[in-house]
Design a protein around this ligand. Structure first.
Ligand SMILES: Nc1ncnc2c1ncn2[C@@H]1O[C@H](COP(=O)(O)OP(=O)(O)OP(=O)(O)O)[C@@H](O)[C@H]1O
Ligand SMILES: [Mg+2]
Length: 237
């Protein structure tokens, strides 16, 4: 009897990120700084990837181009099925919406808005139905149901980062980018934030790219990638 067909072995896995020969040069014409020097990098949908490397090696810059916050100078970038290479800044901003969630070291909450408004207003601008209901549910999911009307200045660092995580996850993105999300927090708070990011990512089935200096956190990820001087080196996780 012939073997039963194997499960999708002939199909390539779906890629959340496909970056090829990506270059980024900033600075002035007289003093250009080559920041990314030909990055090749693919991430399968649904996997978690830790991005390590020395300070100044280009980790945040790489994340910025992959998240559509910065335009690369050369190479090709496909993220969440979209070709970022050909997009201008407005198109990138639209492309991010609902597809990409971003969590940074400095929480970047709007100081004049409550926790609830910080999460709800971007949803409202994106035309999502019931933005305040969604925002409330997302804040409850990160353990902040009792802090909805607090302003950022009235929240601890860990609580502010939880609001930022709720904001990043509320639109149910396919890909989450996190740049040293525990860098401003004490160790215990940092651990709870990491657990939260992994839990929310699992609930969404999202791809995760996380920049960290913490080898223990890197071990939690499916893959570990190291940057050196604007290029990537990978080792098996
Ligand atoms: N706008 C800019 N103009 C010129 N050089 C820049 C600019 N932004 C970043 N750089 C340089 O690019 C290099 C990479 O910076 P990047 O922030 O990506 O590093 P990183 O790996 O994230 O470092 P860290 O671990 O300290 O956060 C650094 O040498 C930095 O000085
Ligand atoms: Mg950085």
């Amino acid at each position: 009897m012939p073997d039963a067909p194997r499960h999708q072995t002939s199909l390539a896995p779906e890629l959340a990120i496909a970056a090829h020969n990506v270059t980024l040069t900033l600075g002035s014409d007289k003093a250009p700084v080559e920041i990314l020097r030909g990055v090749d990098f693919e991430v399968e949908a649904g996997t978690s990837v830790a991005l390590l490397g020395p300070s100044g090696s280009g980790k945040s810059s790489l994340m910025a181009v992959l998240a559509g916050l910065e335009r690369a100078n050369g190479g090709s970038i496909r993220v969440a099925g979209l070709d970022f290479t050909a997009m201008d800044e407005d198109e990138l901003a639209r492309a991010r919406r609902g597809r990409i969630g971003i969590v940074l070291q400095a929480f970047h909450l709007l100081p004049t808005m409550t926790a609830l408004e910080n999460v709800a207003v971007p949803l409202e601008l994106a035309g999502v139905a019931d933005p305040f209901g969604r925002a409330r549910a997302e804040l409850e999911a990160v353990g902040l149901g009792h802090r909805l009307t607090h302003y950022p200045a009235q929240l601890s660092g860990g609580e502010q980062q939880r609001v930022a995580i709720a904001r990043a996850m509320a639109s149910e993105p396919a890909i989450i980018f996190a740049d040293e999300p525990t860098g401003n927090l004490d160790t215990a708070t940092g651990h709870s934030i990491i657990e939260l990011i992994f839990a929310r990512r699992a609930a969404l089935g999202a791809t995760l790219l996380i920049i960290t200096h913490d080898p223990e956190l890197a071990e939690h990820c499916d893959r570990v990638i190291t940057m050196h001087d604007g290029r990537i080196k990978e080792r098996a996780a």
